[in-house]
Design a protein around this ligand. Structure first.
Ligand code: AOF
Ligand code: ZN
Length: 331
């Protein structure tokens, strides 16, 4: 299953509105003989890619897949049929498919005499590669990760507005890697005016990455001619609204599943207030400023009992910075 997860990580950011699924095939002796991952929409599903890779060695073997194999004829034929045609004897999947159109793979396979097991590393898959898509499938809304880099005292810029390099080179590299694997980056028009951000994924040497997310600018006014976000490094969508619900509806319609919200404080505050932040990713640098704007603007909280509560799900060092991942505490 770890190998299947690794396969799925390779295609993150290329499959939406479909899930990035990974699959490995073991032969009858348990040797890994094939692997595959979901292709862009309309293309083959993970199981089919892995079966093609395995060829005749799949017969009598096991398919290990991060999502329950689909039983429907959508843009592609059912994976259950491909697995049965290849003579696979056993299927192990992590997470059941919540999409009512595609679900039912377990039953179809079991009835055909295939041994089916589920739940293996389900937590890891749910919190990892399938997180955004599962959220999208269950709620109909894109999954939003709000990412910011701040000082130890929570500031995202100095008093004069300068904000370059608050976080370390390691943190910045990690964010660029994240951008390559996301569907869309959202920023407020104010941030574009203030920083002229390019909102692209770049390598350590500054070159644009092979894969670029959709750039989304939110705000009613025009964008200045010559703004970097309007260059042809990636597609840009300007949404002339201030409402998080409008933004999510517009992105959902375009098949955007996995969103990175990156500034600034006003837009982030509106998203938090609307309950539209599904994960906070904070890069905290061991620096103090004592003045300057803080990460989050007004979010509708006037007293401590109204605080938006989150639960930390992971803390890691990123060079000299601390990376905190937190999710809404809905209890
Ligand atoms: C799988 N393996 O690799 C993926 C699955 O439009 P379609 O025909 O491509 O079907 C999309 C649906 O199939 C998607 O909503 C999800 O339920 C499932 N995705 N299933 O067996 C895969 N990507
Ligand atoms: Zn399928």
């Amino acid at each position: 299953m770890r190998a299947a997860i690794a396969c799925s990580e390779q295609v993150r950011g290329t499959t939406s509105p479909n899930p990035p699924v990974g699959c490995v095939i073991l032969d009858a002796e348990g040797n890994q003989v094939g692997q595959g991952a979901t292709q862009p929409p309309g293309g083959s599903h993970a199981e089919v890619m892995a079966l093609v890779d395995a060829g005749t060695k799949a017969r009598g073997g096991t398919a290990v897949v991060t999502l329950e194999p689909c039983a429907h004829h959508g843009r592609t034929p059912p994976c259950t049929r491909a697995l049965m045609a290849a003579g696979v004897a056993r299927v192990v999947f992590a997470v059941a498919d919540p999409n009512p159109d595609a679900a039912g793979g377990r039953t179809v396979l079991t009835e055909a005499g295939v041994t089916v097991e589920s739940g293996l590393l389900a937590d890891e898959v749910e919190r990892g590669p399938l997180r955004a898509w599962l959220h999208y499938a269950r709620t109909g809304r894109p999954h939003v990760t709000w990412k910011y880099a701040a000082t130890l005292d929570g500031r995202v810029a100095a008093a004069d507005g300068t904000s370059r390099w608050i976080s370390s080179e390691e943190s910045r590299a990690q964010v660029h890697d994240l951008r390559r694997r996301i569907d869309a980056i959202v920023a407020g028009r104010g941030t574009i005016l203030a920083d002229d951000s390019a909102l692209t994924a770049r390598g350590a040497d500054g070159t644009t990455a092979d894969r670029q997310p959709l750039r989304v600018v939110v705000g009613t006014g025009d964008l200045p001619e010559g703004a970097r976000v309007l260059d042809d490094a990636a597609e840009t969508l300007h949404l002339r609204t201030r409402e998080p619900s409008d933004v999510l509806a517009a992105l959902g319609e375009r098949g955007v599943v996995d969103v990175l919200l990156e500034g600034g404080p006003t837009l982030a505050g509106a998203f938090v207030q609307a309950g539209a932040v599904d994960r906070v990713l904070a890069y905290v640098a061991p620096t103090l400023l004592g003045d300057g704007p803080v990460a989050l603007g007004a979010s509708g909280v006037s007293t401590i009992t109204g605080a938006h509560r989150f639960r930390v799900e992971g803390v890691t060092m990123c060079g000299p910075d601390v990376r905190i991942s937190a999710v809404p505490d809905r209890n």
